[in-house]
Ligand binder design. Structure first.
Ligand code: HSE
Length: 412
């Protein structure tokens, strides 16, 4: 079976390497034919690459070749990935992608196009890297009403936070290491500002709840404002700071979906998920909690999920795999600002002892936190449950206190 790979970056080159090394074995174990990479579409030159005879800069070579029935898209981003993917599906070719932006933004259109042309559009690698999650969620947990999904969905930010927590390392140094290791997106803003995790929670929520969820409708916050002081205060509360993607079905059927840093108690299963590892905690009404854990980024973990989809597509060239969702449901996502939560708050104050009675008068019971090296110009605490708007209003009313940090306390 000949396939084409679009894009020879971290994931694409991993896919080619796995297939080159294992393509023949797969025939005996998983497939009826050898798997072989015939084309690699790439605009950059790789003159010394051992696959150099496979390279083409012309997409038409691939679309016109009837020997190619499965195409891997690992270019990333929307353009030209969307155009190439649409053309492949329209031409009756199955497409496998690791591109979460493409799936989160254009998944519905591509799933419908795949259906119309009786081919498969598969995207296991788009969430959780090497962790099997999309098939288990939509197939193995199909008997459940999913109550919630909470996950650490971005390897780069989890790596950075782990370095900040364990090694007291600066954000910038940790990000550089993550980029060197090939975890980060081309533009790491998508990682550190939470956009990548947002795309992934949108895909998980669409699969779990049945309707397309667009990233523009989901509030996401990144980790760029987290300071080492916050890490230290969290530690004094037996907690760590993690970037959590959450999707919950409320009693009225609305969905609460959010990506934000969260104070996670060390007793949570998500607290010990470190470095590039991701974990996704799915709560089903029949199963209760099920945890999926593994490497969420990197060349081979992600390529592993892509190649598995390629094998599935090759083994089902005449049968559709039913993994997908329907159109968006307007108004289904609740305004995150109306949901009550406990918060971690760090304030800059004129004098922590003098201001404390005013803070208690405004916020009621608070749980004070401590860290070594703190001065009386700083105060950090955990609040009772408030909506974000209520809490910010109350803090703004306290004279002599400036809000420096506000982080949700996780419920998972
Ligand atoms: N940049 C992404 C991450 C890659 O760090 O998780 C995998 O999706």
């Amino acid at each position: 079976m000949n396939i084409a790979v679009l894009g020879y970056g971290t994931v694409g080159s991993g896919v080619v390497e796995i297939i080159n090394n294992r393509g023949k074995d797969l025939m005996n174990k998983k497939m009826s034919e050898n798997l072989f990479v015939k084309y690699i579409l790439e605009i950059r030159d790789f003159p010394d690459d051992k696959n150099k005879e496979k390279f083409t800069k012309n997409f038409e070579d691939i679309i016109r070749d009837h020997e190619i029935s499965v195409v891997v898209e690992t270019i990333g981003g929307i353009n030209p990935a969307f155009d190439f993917t649409s053309r492949c599906l329209s031409a009756g070719k199955h497409v496998v992608t690791s591109n979460k932006e493409l799936v989160a933004e254009k998944g519905l259109e591509l799933l419908e196009l795949a259906k119309k042309n009786n081919v498969n559009f598969l995207f296991e690698a788009s969430v959780g890297g090497g962790i099997p999650i999309l098939r288990p969620l939509s197939v193995c947990l199909a008997a459940n009403n999913i109550r919630s999904i909470n996950g650490i969905l971005n390897g780069t930010t989890n790596f950075i936070l782990t370095k900040m927590i364990s090694d007291n390392m600066s954000f910038e140094t940790a990000l550089k290491i993550a980029q060197k290791k090939g975890y980060a997106e081309k533009d790491p803003t998508a990682d550190v500002e939470g956009h990548d995790a947002c795309r992934k929670i949108c895909i998980l929520a669409a699969l779990a709840f049945g309707n397309h969820i667009y990233p523009k409708d989901v509030h996401s916050e990144g980790i760029t404002k987290i300071m080492l002081e916050d890490v230290a205060y969290a530690a004094s509360y037996n907690s760590v700071i993690k970037l959590i993607g959450t999707a919950q079905q409320l009693n009225n059927g609305q969905l609460y979906i959010l990506v934000s840093p969260a104070i996670v108690n060390k007793t949570s299963q998500l607290a010990s998920v470190d470095d590039v590892f991701n974990a996704i905690l799915v709560d089903g009404d029949a199963t209760d909690e099920v945890l999926f854990y593994g490497k969420g980024a990197g060349k081979f973990p992600t390529a592993s999920a892509v190649v598995a989809d390629v094998i599935d597509a090759c083994n089902h060239t005449d049968k559709r795999r039913l993994i997908g969702w329907g159109p968006e449901k307007k108004g289904v996502i609740v305004d995150y600002k109306t949901i009550k939560n406990q918060y971690y708050v760090r304030l800059r104050v004129f004098d922590s002892f003098q201001i404390l009675p005013t803070i208690k008068a405004n916020l009621g019971d608070i749980h004070l936190l401590s860290r070594s090296g703190a001065t009386t110009l700083e105060l950090a605490f955990i609040t009772n449950e408030y909506t974000e708007t209520e809490l910010i209003d109350k803090i703004e009313n306290i004279k002599g206190a400036e809000l420096k940090s506000l982080i949700r306390v996780a419920k998972c």
